[in-house]
Design a protein around this ligand. Sequence first.
Ligand code: HEM
Length: 138
Amino acid sequence: MKGLPFAFFAAAVIAVTCGMGLGIFMGASGDHSYADTHAHLNLIGWVTMALFGVYYQLTPQAARTTLARVHFAVALLGVVTIVPGIAIVTHGGTELWSSIGSLLTFASMLIFLFAVFRHGLGAGAGQGRSLPGGVPAE
Ligand code: HEM
């Protein structure tokens, strides 16, 4: 197991590869009806998941928790439901999957909000040690 930061990054890089593929498809075909799907795949799947990965790499005390694994599962489930869900909605289908995906994605951000305030940013933050760059932890 390569660890939680890697898991977030692996998901992120798969997402952006698919997202760029979809962007190239739109550009080549002239069919821009997937623009919303493409934007959310790139911004939630790539940017947000990669930022989660960076945070957990910088803050190992947060990455070691069970909650961090739950966070990964909820965030990944959110991406794989909201992205196809948006494609379904924008092509006239049910809102079910985009609704489930949006709740999961929001739940993942609430978990992250808790993690950030619970563990701070940086190795040893809140434990009397220094943050990277020599910034003293509170
Ligand atoms: C190979 C790389 C990419 C290609 C070929 C591509 C292509 C496209 C195309 C064709 C559109 C539709 C424009 C329109 O209909 O007005 C679009 C929209 C968009 N793209 Fe990309 N894109 C790429 C990468 C990215 C990345 C990496 C991000 C974000 C991190 C991104 C974010 C967006 C956003 C936010 C929109 C606007 C969506 C909307 O208006 O609903 N794209 N892109």
